[in-house]
Write a protein of this length. Sequence first.
Length: 613
Amino acid sequence: MRVQQVSRFLDRTTAPHIVSLVAIAGLSALTMNIFLPALPAMASDLGVDYDRVQILVSGYIAMTALVQLVIGPLSDRYGRRPVMLGALGILIAASLICMIATSIEILTVARMVQTAVVAGLVLSRAIIRDMVPMDEAASMIGYVTMGMTLIPMIGPTLGGLLSDNFGWRSNFTAILVAAILVLILVYRDLGETNRQKSGSFSAQFRAWPRLLASPRFWGYTMAGTFTSGAFFAFLGGAPFVGGTLMGLTPSMLGLQFMFIAAGYIAGNYLSGRYARRLGIDMMMLVGGIVALAGAAIPIVLFLQGFVSSIAFFAPQVVVGFGNGLSLPSTNAGIVSVRPELAGSASGLGGAITMGGGAFVSWLASRILSIETGAMPLLLVMMACCVLALVAVLFLRIAPARSAEPMAETKPFPAVILAGGLSRRMGSDKAMIPFGRGTLAEHIAERLAPKVASVSLNAPLDHPLAGRLPLLPDPIPDRPGPLAGVLAALLAAKDMPDRPTHVLTTACDTPFLPSELVGKLTSVAAENTVIMAASAGRGHPVTALWPVTVAEDLGAWLDDPDHRRVFEFIARHPAKMVEFAPLDGPFGPVDPFFNINTPEDLAVAQAVLDKGDL
């Protein structure tokens, strides 16, 4: 249960505008491909063979895989905003070195450092998953990718023109200028969206086994690896095919890259429109079939004797279209297997994807020669498309995603939220006589056998002092149930056994079901709020709260307008557990029936007189 976070353009106190997400993702793609048409010229100027400068592509992709392993956990620990700002600063410094490099060794090292910009790809996906649920994430990723594709679509064309007129170093000047502009935009607009930061950096790496043990994580990751593998193979081999085999100039070669990019942007547009309606698995299946068809077309043309730049490059529009349909959904699936680890999942999944891409890009450059022509590259691209479809079909039989159950079996502590003075009741609800004592004591008696301890959220001078342990609000001037929840979470953090969750409930619900604690605990998951529900309606005060949300709740309550429990829960992963009506002496009784009026109290007392439920 997650609602989209508010976004106001150039307001860094809110979630980023889609323009900023397009910019950071687009800059990452631009940095990768703007200089591709200039590779033959770079090899000539630096006095090395083509396969030596090709390391600037395949090595860059491999280094990107390694960087993603760190970017995701860093952003989960410290937040998306500071990591993105730091990455842009590193990119600016590395681009300056690339501009003045006089040897292939210095250029290679600086080029590897430029991979910090991959934070744009990783964090754009993680930020989107912070903001919206999975199917909406696939749609939004599609729109962001469609927008950012405009940037790398013109990148090789721009790079070719710059190389023809100003030399290959001008490509890195363009990257430098773009990085400075994006840095200004990010500083002004990108607000923090990670509301549940991890406890430590190393904890994120310890979370990897949970991702790697998930069949669906592997399914989505392999689908993304092989789908993008066709594109990376194209990046690795197309400059040789176009520049060496077909004799295209850098500017003309740059124009050929618009075919695959145009198809990609069209596919992303349709993904943005239909992913939410059709579901991400269907989008991946359709996209995989389309990409396979696109990879087969130039093979057929070449076998029929139609060997030309048009026969090679034009069908790539179909491959790009298929990739555009499927990749937003594979990325949404990767970060949705465990939403609370979205940053780490994006980084780990991206690292595997980019690692595979680096291998395929290297392979494509190694198997091509003047004697073999372009056919080996086309066969590698087709093999990637076939394997992507195999991964998609695997997802159709893989176990459905579910929250990982907690390993802890010890009972959690419980806190009754006293609620203060009720105007309609005319007194403190906790002190209303009910059963063998007060209403609060009646509820505590029902909970006690199933929980580690029961406390009452009330001031230390409350009349029940000495009869129930008391937990006062940590924010005295901020009444409401959320202040009580915060008191419970802070108390749990100080307990010797460090419970991971705390159960809360209201003091005016006298008929809590006997299976309440067991059912909520059975589905407890890290960083997830487990809320009781009846008749399809959630009861946010009766919930199992993860202690990890304490810091965010404290910050949330700093704003006096933040009172609504549902609004806070919407900031975190949440699950509702339905409870059936109780069999009462006068008919079914809502298990979370609450006493708000004297009439309600009379009904509850009548039920109790007939025998407690």
